[in-house]
Design a protein around this ligand. Sequence first.
Ligand SMILES: [Ca+2]
Ligand SMILES: [Ca+2]
Ligand SMILES: [Ca+2]
Length: 325
Amino acid sequence: MKLSKNILSAIAGLVFLGGLASCEEEQPFDITTKIGFASPSYAIEEGQSQGVLLYVNDQGPKAGSVSVEIIPLSAEYEYGVDFVTIPAAVNNVVTFDFSDETPNFQFVSLDDEVEEENSTVLFNILNEGTDFTLGQTGVISTQISIADNDESTVEVNRFYDFNDQTEQYGIPAEFTEVIIDGFKTDRGWGLRDYGVDGSWAVNASGYGGDEGTENAWLINDAMTLSGQSTAQISFEIFSNYSGPGRIKVLYSTDYTSGSPESATWVELTDYDAQAPEAGSRTWTPINLDVQGLNADKFVLAFQFIEATSSASSSWVIDNLSINLN
Ligand SMILES: [Ca+2]
Ligand SMILES: [Ca+2]
Ligand SMILES: [Ca+2]
């Protein structure tokens, strides 16, 4: 009997130890209410908004104030310019009332038209201003990556000083001359050494030769547009002789080849206000601006009109720059 009593005691002891062990397994649970972010990261596109969700590791309803610090990883990424939060942040800290109904604040990326690097913004839950105990390392921080959504607008430049174009009366490389049917064909455009400081340049003349009137186009090869929406055109112009004959500056986004009359052209009438008088013999800078291009290509042209075989003016163009961006 004594032995069996000892065995019973031992069994009771084991049961007791087993009970202790199961109590100890429950001990790691921390009864302190902690708050953290629900996701370690988000990815959005510029112009989109994202709810930044928090959670509390406790059953049942919980409410309290939460303060979150906003840290853009680029100094150029600014509150109020590139993003805002709802509720609004003060000194890059957003404070809001967390509850089961509103477990998040809102991050709103502001859209712009600037091509830029993708941006990242970090968020840290702050001890100060937060009614909850902070969660484990990792969940007190989250981040949003914001992808830029603007097209690349590479700047494209062309410049012609014509100084390596020395074929007398020739048409410069990357240009085509087209004379409209019925007009004078023996003059028009041609390379001459009438340019700035006696350099080579392209000259429009109707003087001499056959009877008739000029309608001669000098058309630059098309420039491909890939998102560029503006063009800046500059050149220097000089006029000999004071008779009839003038230049028009135009561009097209649908000209392919052949007669320019089959395409749509926009005349840059700002040229007329800047152009020198016929026969003034002074180099004059011209600066023209085109906005709001939305096309696949840009074609610049000069049209020489109204000059006749006798006593007409001529016009020299040098240092032509075309800049798209
Ligand atoms: Ca944009
Ligand atoms: Ca942008
Ligand atoms: Ca030149």
